[in-house]
Design a protein around this ligand. Structure first.
Ligand code: GLY
Ligand code: MN
Ligand code: MN
Length: 436
């Protein structure tokens, strides 16, 4: 769990970055209708959660460094006995102060009356400009109501700054309490993949392996999958974002599962590819072992001091050389890399930042250059080879093989910590687990 002290530290750090004479405003995630009066499960926005832990919709968080009456202000729904009977507990402004450490809290219904007064006299407004049109418009209305009072001496803000750069730079570096939650998300997700491997057999449907995976998530208290689970048997493994998950799993085919849970707002992201019947064919094994070699090279390159692109380049090198060796590409490895020839079979990048969001926030380049990896960053390493079922350039025996192997890696002072090591990935380990 993230302690209230930790949430307070995050706010303090952000306020130090925005400085006096500024105000930061962060809206809660908006509830989304699934059908008529039924909503999608609510999840607080990562930024809002990161700064407060406050889990409710219809809320706005305001930070005003140096404000004498309190720097952390929350607008939220009032307590309402009837609504709470139907929809569940609300903290109310009292709870926002008592349970979440707000210095001041007001009913959200009063925000139009109160917020312009908080903006008045501030030089800079920090918000996530452009993310939510309705919120941008609301913010401008608050600003305009300060401007309307100019003749009374009210000074309106003159600078509007994107909050994301500062906030997301903080989120990029995971503190020990966050890494603890990420280890837990990774452990649950690894267990889930093991369960799916053990359950796999020809004749099952893809959705049944999805059920095995998500059973473990739910049993271990992980609130949601961190993204829609991908379970692609046979040719479906070659569709990168395949989520139909409704086809039978055939004897002799591989199945690719890309699934990870979200545990207390932190994501895991694991892909494993294994034979439906527990035994790799020679072609499947050749492609699999090449992807594994590339993945290990990618992990090896994920070291503090290396730049962000180093792991990707390492995977490209191994995959291109391996494809030449197997006869799937022809020519000099160097020239093939320069021409991007591998991208017919390996068309995505080797990974992404991981954190509260599966494709987590944080810049990949700084001043136009790939940024250097530093302790506290967490990323995925997930090369793959996907040979389209209709790829006429290669011998028939290779067609329809799709393999991706994905782990979650934390950059540490001493090297790397593979958070998702709990699920096997060598051919021998996978075959042994599936035979047991
Ligand atoms: N599961 C999404 C990804 O691997 O990026
Ligand atoms: Mn990923
Ligand atoms: Mn993934």
């Amino acid at each position: 769990m993230i302690s209230s002290k930790e949430f307070a530290r995050r706010r303090k750090d952000l306020m130090a970055m925005i400085g006096k004479n500024a105000i930061a405003i962060v809206p809660a995630a908006v509830e989304q209708t699934r059908s008529r009066d039924t909503l999608y499960p609510y999840r607080q926005s990562s930024d809002f959660h990161y700064l407060s832990g406050f889990p409710e919709p219809e809320a706005v968080l305001v930070l005003i460094p140096g404000r004498a009456q309190g720097q952390f202000i929350v607008f939220c729904r009032e307590r309402d006995r009837e609504r709470e009977t139907w929809d569940g507990y609300r903290a109310g402004p009292e709870g926002a102060c008592e349970q979440y450490g707000a210095d001041d809290a007001f009913p959200i219904a009063d925000i139009d009356d109160i917020l312009p007064g908080l903006l008045e006299g501030k030089a800079k407004v920090y918000s996530a400009i452009g993310k939510d049109k309705d919120f941008d418009q609301q913010l401008m209305e608050w600003v305009n109501s300060v401007r309307a009072k100019a003749r009374t001496g009210a000074v309106s803000p003159g600078e509007f700054v994107d909050l994301d750069h500062l906030l997301h730079e903080s989120r990029l570096f995971k503190k020990p309490a966050e890494l603890k939650l990420m280890r837990k998300a990774a452990k649950i997700s690894a267990e889930a993949h093991c369960r799916a491997m053990r359950a796999s057999k020809p004749g099952l449907n893809e959705y049944q392996l999805q059920a095995e995976i998500e059973h473990t998530f739910a049993m271990e208290g992980a609130s949601f999958p961190a993204y829609t689970s991908i379970v692609g048997g046979g040719d479906n493994a070659c569709i990168l974002h395949y989520v139909e998950n409704n086809q039978p799993l055939n004897d002799g085919d591989l199945v690719l599962i890309d699934a990870g849970c979200e545990y207390q707002y932190y994501a895991a992201d694991i892909t494993r590819t294994f034979p439906v019947n527990g035994r790799f064919s020679p072609e499947q094994k050749a492609i699999y072992e090449l992807v594994l070699k590339a993945q290990l090279a990618g992990i090896e390159a994920a070291q503090a001091g290396n730049h962000w692109d180093a792991p990707h380049q390492a995977t490209v090198k191994v995959i291109t050389a391996g494809l030449v060796k197997l006869g799937l590409l022809k020519g000099s490895v160097k020239k093939l890399i320069a021409a991007g020839a591998y991208s017919e079979f390996y068309m995505h990048r080797a990974g992404h930042w991981l954190g509260m969001d599966v494709h987590d926030v944080g810049d990949y380049k700084v001043d136009g250059e790939w940024r250097l990896l530093e302790p506290g960053m967490v990323m995925t390493i997930e090369p793959g080879i996907y040979i389209a079922p209709d790829c006429k350039k290669v011998a028939k025996k290779w067609r329809g093989i799709g393999v991706r192997i994905e782990d979650d890696v934390a950059i540490t002072r001493k090297g790397t910590e593979v958070l998702t090591a709990g699920v096997p990935k060598t051919v021998a380990e996978i075959e042994a687990l599936m035979a047991a």
